[in-house]
Design a protein around this ligand. Structure first.
Ligand code: FAD
Ligand code: SIN
Length: 533
C-alpha cells in the first residue's frame, strides 16, 4: 500500500500542469502521478494545431474569442466558464512558456498566430505542427525537477475507492460519495495495489478508441469516465463526440490515424470531392473554415454522394516554403506515402477526435464525488457545449488544472488518510484463457459505434447500437467476474461503459445540435440543455 497527499491519474497536459503547481507550492507534500503507458504517451503529445488565446489585443479581443466559442458550442456552453477560460488563458500560457515550452515567433518577436475553423481571428499559438509534443516535453522536464513528485508509468488504474469498498451501499442518490484513492494494476510486477490519497485528480484524457477510426492514440479508452460512472458520479453530454474533418486516409489503417491539422486549412488549403470539385461553399458561408461539426458532416455527405471513403485536401496553391516551415511533420508524413503536397492532393476523411462531454465538474474542477477533481479531456466543464472550438482544449486543461490546484491546496488541510481500505478482492478469478474473446468484442464495439453512432445518427441506428451493446456488456461482465484483470479486459469494459453513455445520451437528446445530428429530430429543441447521467 502506498499513501500520497495528492494523487494524479494521467500524464498529459492536465495532470502534469496540476502536479507542477501543487509541487511548487507544497515542497513537503507527496504528489504521485500514475500513467498506464510511457509517461509521454498521451493525446497531448499528438496535438498539432496549437492553443487558442488572445495574445494580441490590438488585432483581437476577449469578446471575439468568447463569441466564437459560444457560436461553435451551439447554444449550450456555460457562458461564465467560457469567459473565465478565455480571460485566464493568457496567464496560463505565460506559465507554460516559463516551464520551457516554445511557440513560433516572427523575426520581430511577436507570436506567429494561426487560424482554425470557427475562429474569427488568427489566435492559435503553435510550435510548428507539433505543439503538443513540445508542451509535453517541457512539462515532463519540469516535473523531473521536483523531488516531491513521483511519476509512475505502466501503472493501470482499475477503480476509484469509495464507501462502496468499505461495504456501504452507494447509489446515484447517496449524498456524500467520497474518493479515498485507487486500486491499480502494476504492469511491471502484475500485482494489484492500493494507493490511498487525500485528494485525487482525474486527468485520464479522451475516448476516441471507442471508434474504428480515430486520431487518438491507443491510451484514449475513456477509463476515467467509466470509473466515475461505476463509482456513481455524474457524467454529462457524452453524445457530443467531435469528429475531426481531416484525418489522413491510409487504406487499411484504422486504429490511430495521422491528423492533418485544421491549421492547414487556416493557411489556405481547400477540400475537394472525388470529382475534384471544391464543395464547402454548398454547406456554409465560412466554407473550409466553418466549425468542425459542419465541415465533418459536409465531408460525410460528399463521401456518401460519391460512394468514396475519403475526400481530398488541396494544398497546391499554398506558398510551399511557408507550408514546409509551418508543417514539417505533415510534409514528411505525406512524402513517406509518396504524396508531394505541392503537386498531389492529400486523401482525408473524418475520424473520432475529441469528447466534449465527460465527468461533470463545477467551475473549480470539482466532481460530484468529494475529494475527486477532473480536468482536461475527461472533464465536462461547460466550456465546449455541443461542439468544441478548435484549439480550446489545451487551453481549458491548463485553466482548470490551475483552478483545481487553487481549491485542492486549501481543501487538503481538512482531509485525513483512510486507513481501513480492504485489499482488492480477486477471489474466484483465474488467468485469462482466450484473449480472442477480448479482441473480438473490441472489434465489434468499434464497428457498431462507427456504423450506428457516428457523424449522422437516427433512432433506429441508436436502438441497434443499444441492443448490441447490451450483449457485449453481459458477455464482458461475465468474463470480468471470473478472469484475473488485465489492461485489455479493463479497457474493453471501460469502452463498453463509455459507448453505453454515448448512446444513452444520444437517445435522450431528442434534437440535432452541434455534434449530435439525428435525422429523426433534425431541429433544435430549445428546452433541452445538458444530458446528465
Ligand atoms: P491526455 O493528454 O490524453 O493524457 C491522458 C493520460 O491519462 C495519459 O497519461 C494516460 O496514460 C492516462 N490514463 C488514462 N487512463 C488511465 C488509467 N486507467 N490508468 C492510468 N493512467 C491512465 N487540442 C487543442 O487544443 N489543440 C490542438 O492542436 C489539438 N490537436 C490534437 C491533435 C490530435 C491528434 C489529438 C488526438 C488531439 C488534439 N487536441 C488538440 C486535443 C488535445 O490534445 C487533448 O484534448 C488534450 O491533450 C487532452 O489532455 P489530457 O491531459 O486531458 O489527456
Ligand atoms: C488540429 O490541429 O486540427 C486539431 C486542433 C484541435 O483539436 O483543437
Amino acid at each position: 500500500m502506498r499513501q500520497t497527499d495528492f494523487l494524479v491519474i494521467g500524464s498529459g497536459i492536465a495532470g502534469l500542469t496540476y502536479a507542477l503547481k501543487i509541487a511548487q507550492d507544497f515542497p513537503n507534500k507527496k504528489i504521485t502521478i500514475l500513467t498506464k503507458a510511457n509517461s509521454d504517451e498521451t493525446n497531448t503529445k499528438y496535438a498539432q494545431g496549437g492553443i487558442a488565446a488572445v495574445m494580441n489585443l490590438d488585432a483581437d479581443s476577449f469578446n471575439k474569442h468568447i463569441e466564437d466559442t459560444l457560436i461553435a458550442g451551439d447554444g449550450i456552453c456555460n457562458e461564465k466558464v467560457v469567459e473565465l477560460v478565455v480571460k485566464e488563458g493568457v496567464e496560463r500560457i505565460e506559465e507554460m512558456i516559463s516551464w520551457g515550452a516554445e511557440f513560433d515567433k516572427h523575426e520581430g518577436g511577436d507570436f506567429k498566430l494561426g487560424k482554425e475553423g470557427g475562429h474569427s481571428e488568427n489566435r492559435i499559438l503553435h510550435h510548428k505542427d507539433v505543439t503538443g509534443l513540445e508542451m509535453e516535453r517541457a512539462l515532463l522536464e519540469s516535473i523531473k525537477k521536483h523531488k516531491n513528485i513521483d511519476l509512475i508509468s505502466h501503472c493501470f488504474v482499475l477503480d476509484l475507492i469509495t464507501q462502496h469498498h468499505l461495504g456501504y451501499l452507494v447509489t446515484k442518490s447517496t449524498p456524500d460519495i467520497e474518493c479515498y484513492g485507487v486500486y491499480v494494476l502494476n504492469l511491471e510486477n502484475k500485482k494489484i495495489e492500493k494507493i490511498i490519497a487525500k485528494i485525487t485528480m482525474l486527468a485520464t484524457g479522451g475516448n476516441g478508441q471507442v471508434y474504428r477510426t480515430t486520431t487518438n492514440p491507443t491510451i484514449a479508452t475513456g477509463d476515467g469516465v467509466a470509473m466515475v460512472y461505476r463509482a456513481k458520479g455524474r457524467i454529462e453530454n457524452m453524445e457530443f463526440i467531435q469528429f475531426h474533418p481531416t484525418a489522413l486516409y491510409e487504406a487499411g489503417v484504422k486504429g490511430h490515424s495521422f491528423l492533418i491539422t485544421e491549421a492547414v486549412r487556416g493557411d489556405g488549403a481547400i477540400l475537394r470531392n472525388s470529382n475534384g470539385e471544391a464543395f464547402m461553399q454548398k454547406y456554409d458561408a465560412r466554407k473550409d473554415l466553418a466549425p468542425r461539426d459542419i465541415v465533418a458532416r459536409a465531408i460525410d455527405q460528399e463521401m456518401k454522394i460519391n460512394g468514396t471513403e475519403f475526400v481530398y485536401l488541396d494544398c497546391r496553391e499554398m506558398d510551399q516554403e511557408n507550408f514546409k516551415a509551418h508543417f514539417p511533420n505533415i510534409t514528411n508524413k505525406c512524402l513517406s506515402m509518396g504524396i508531394d503536397v505541392a503537386k498531389d492532393l492529400i486523401p482525408v476523411a473524418p475520424a473520432a477526435h475529441y469528447s466534449c462531454g465527460g465527468v461533470k465538474t463545477d467551475e473549480w474542477g470539482r466532481t460530484s464525488i468529494r475529494n475527486l477533481f477532473a480536468t482536461g479531456e475527461c472533464g465536462s466543464t461547460g466550456l465546449h457545449g455541443a461542439n468544441r472550438l478548435a484549439s480550446n482544449s489545451l487551453l481549458e486543461a491548463m485553466v482548470f488544472a490551475h483552478r483545481s490546484y487553487l481549491v485542492a491546496s486549501k481543501e487538503i488541510e481538512n482531509i485525513s488518510f483512510r486507513n481501513d481500505i480492504p485489499d482488492w478482492n480477486m477471489e474466484g478469478t483465474t488467468a485469462p484463457k482466450e484473449m480472442i474473446l477480448i479482441t473480438q468484442s473490441l472489434k465489434e464495439l468499434k464497428l457498431l459505434m462507427s456504423d450506428y453512432v457516428g457523424i449522422v445518427r437516427n433512432n433506429e441506428r441508436l436502438q441497434r447500437a443499444n441492443r448490441r451493446l447490451d450483449l457485449l456488456h453481459d458477455e464482458t461482465e461475465r468474463l470480468y467476474e471470473k478472469t484475473e484483470v488485465s489492461p485489455q479486459l479493463c479497457e474493453l469494459r471501460n469502452m463498453i461503459t463509455v459507448a453505453y453513455l454515448i448512446v444513452k445520451s444520444a437517445e435522450l437528446r431528442k434534437e440535432s445540435r452541434g455534434l449530435h445530428f439525428n435525422t429523426d429530430f433534425p431541429y433544435k429543441n430549445t428546452l433541452l440543455q445538458n444530458t446528465v447521467l
